[in-house]
Ligand binder design. Structure first.
Ligand code: GLA
Length: 638
């Protein structure tokens, strides 16, 4: 059996293997997914050099959205200083559409809710007056659609306010079959700058669904099965979203648009969303519950290497202001906000700001926390310590400072210890508490006290452990797992399972959709273990599966070095892995074949003048089980 599995894969690999050192053209052999390309393949299109900030109607109003509510929120964002704090997008979510006009297919706005949209006879409506007003106020404007024929509200929410009306064809308000027409309308004619594209219409309208049986909507063979990647048509889903990306580029020649993918982590979007979108949802919807917030946080928390300028992880919008994050739960609200900032998540307020008190506005406007989210370095925080109870996340900032957040997930007080090793700093460090502004210092370690659900968050200054450069895991925004070696994607079992706000405790419980299980990680193996070679733990490095290719931006440094090997947690025994370093597509260094239980190899390369360094780990045969490998202490130095 082993032999048969090997054959196909090995044939392709062997070809490239022989050819690689010889010519660059051969190295680009399409048959070899590990062949270096010399380029950065994560998305660069659209406007999201930093995570977007703004407001969205959904968490505040559900589908009961109207012009007054949107404009009142926009005005308050100006009046309360939140626009100046960085909130720029005003986004309308589900509930704005009335119908698709027949026979020309132009979308009609619900003008009873958006009076300024009424634009004359034949149901002609336009959002241009509204987007003009928002633009004049210094905002950008966002709209919502679905990749299927029908929307989430239509498919899943029975008592939904503001459902589209009319015949079956008139109620087909989603993009399916109308991508070019709708994107042109939204962006060129109506002047929107942002679109969130949901996926319910390609998920819930199979022939056996109640809506189809009752004749509410046309059947559309589901492309997504939320509970089975094997039953999801991943290429078809991807192709539809790619068509939207193409239309967005065409309709926005100035590049001023933002494309938000809303696939809730399904469809293996982790593997391709970062090539297409500007933000991509990693989980199903957040609700105003502490437990659900933790679930959503977990789906992004170990995915720092999948977030880069112009393409960010999206654990969903903020629920600060409501439910367990309301005025009586400011500790929880602060934790939610601080963690979203650390994750480089979009900061989209989902609160009716007319109800906000001064303390809530102050939290949403906390400049010191916002500065972490909007830091020019674009590095999502990396987990330095993880447990079900307390977690420590560290974020590298552009000026060399670090930010650290210590989260108490439990309902009891807790006294964790923070060390300079967590921070990859040495000597004495100075902490600024971002809630109080208080300064303190420590060397070695310090004991902290956290109230239930509290997050302490500090900006830290100190000498870097690596003086003349950086560890790659300190700059995750510069590392892109172009191929992460996952052969069979599956849901991440480490994500917090909450008491579902949807089903409660009926049924067997909710199971995670895809959340990055087995993907490349900073300072950990792809399955979250410490990096370990021959019994020695490396607290710094990149963990990834074999048969992977990492693209690394080099910002003017001269040397790359790492200690490489097969991680001790491997279950596929008897494999050999070779590690290669490329600079702008040219082979610079190659390790000897490394096996489990032998001294790790060191690999070094002169990367002077090379913009893109690629790190390839290649197994000599197709592994029968996931094969985690380690780029230990991987670093770029002077
Ligand atoms: C889905 C999305 C939500 C929201 C609703 C609107 O559930 O995930 O964020 O847009 O649809 O119906």
């Amino acid at each position: 059996m082993r032999r048969t599995k090997r054959t196909l894969w090995t044939a392709a690999a062997t070809l490239a293997w022989v050819a690689l050192p010889v010519t660059a053209n051969a190295a680009r052999d399409k048959a070899d997914p590990l062949a270096p390309t010399g380029r950065w393949s994560a998305n660069q299109d659209g406007q999201a050099a930093l995570p977007p900030m703004g407001w969205n109607s959904w968490n505040a109003f559900n589908s009961d959205v109207d012009e007054d509510k949107v404009m009142a929120s926009a005005r308050l964002i100006v009046d309360k200083g939140l626009r100046e704090a960085g909130y720029r997008y005003i986004n309308i979510d589900d509930g704005w559409w009335l119908r698709r006009r027949q026979p020309d297919g132009r979308l009609v706005i619900r003008a009873d809710k958006f009076p300024s949209a009424k634009a004359g006879s034949n149901q002609q409506t336009s959002f241009r007056p509204l987007t003009d007003r928002l633009h004049a106020m210094g905002f950008k404007a966002g709209i919502y659609s679905d990749i299927g024929r029908n929307s989430c509200g239509q498919v899943y929410t029975p008592n939904f306010a503001n459902q589209p009306e009319g015949t079956i064809a008139e109620r087909e308000v989603g993009l399916y079959g109308h991508i070019d027409q709708d994107i042109a309308l939204y962006f060129r004619e109506w002047g929107f700058d942002y679109i969130k594209v949901d996926g319910c219409g390609i998920r819930g309208l199979g022939k056996d669904s109640e809506h189809v049986r009752k004749g509410d909507y046309r059947e559309l063979t589901p492309l997504i099965d939320m509970n089975s990647l094997a039953r999801t048509d991943i290429p078809a889903v991807r192709s539809l979203y790619e068509q939207v990306a193409t239309a967005l580029r065409r309709e926005n020649p100035d590049g001023d648009y933002l494309f938000s993918l809303c696939l809730w982590g399904s469809s293996d979007v982790r593997g391709w969303g970062k090539q297409i979108g500007n933000v991509s949802r990693t989980s199903d919807d957040i609700t105003a519950h502490w437990s659900r917030m933790l679930t959503n946080l977990d789906t992004s928390a170990t995915r720092a290497l999948y977030a880069h300028p112009h393409t960010w992880n999206d654990p969903d919008m903020l629920f600060v202001g409501s439910g367990e994050f309301d005025a009586n739960h400011m500790t929880e609200a602060r934790s939610h906000f601080a963690m979203w900032a650390m994750m480089n998540a979009p900061l989209l307020i989902g609160f009716d700001l007319r109800k906000a008190n001064a303390e809530q506005i102050a939290l949403l406007g906390n400049r010191a926390i916002i500065a972490l989210n909007q830091d020019a370095g674009g590095n999502q925080a990396v987990p330095a310590y993880l447990s079900d109870d307390v977690q420590i996340f560290v974020k590298s900032l552009a000026n060399g400072d670090k930010a650290v957040a210590i989260l108490n997930r439990t309902a009891a007080p807790i006294q964790p210890v923070l060390t300079t090793d967590h921070l990859k700093l040495r000597g004495e460090v100075e902490l600024t508490d971002l809630w109080t502004g208080a300064k303190s210092r420590f060397s070695g370690e310090t004991k902290l006290t956290l109230a239930p659900h509290q997050t302490l968050i500090y900006r830290v200054t100190g000498a870097h452990r690596l003086a003349n450069g950086h560890y790659l895991s300190e700059a995750p925004s510069d590392v892109n797992p172009a191929e992460d070696g996952i052969a069979t994607p599956e849901g991440d079992p480490t994500i917090h399972h909450e008491l579902s706000p949807w089903g409660g405790s009926k049924g067997p419980g909710d199971f995670p959709q895809y959340g990055g299980w087995g993907g490349a990680q900073a300072d950990r193996t792809p399955f979250g273990r410490p990096l370990r070679l021959m019994g020695k733990v490396y607290d710094t490095g990149i963990g990834v599966l074999a048969n992977s290719r990492l693209e690394v931006r080099n910002r003017g440094q001269s040397r790359f070095a790492a200690t490489v090997g097969i991680d001790d947690s491997v279950t596929a025994r008897g494999q050999r892995v070779v590690f290669e370093v490329y600079g702008d597509g040219k082979l610079l260094a190659r390790s000897r074949p490394v096996t489990l239980n032998e001294a790790p190899a060191t690999i070094q390369a002169d990367v002077r003048g090379r913009q893109i360094v690629e790190l390839v780990a290649r197994a000599d045969s197709a592994p029968e089980a996931a094969l985690p490998v380690v780029w230990g202490d991987a670093r770029l130095t002077d």
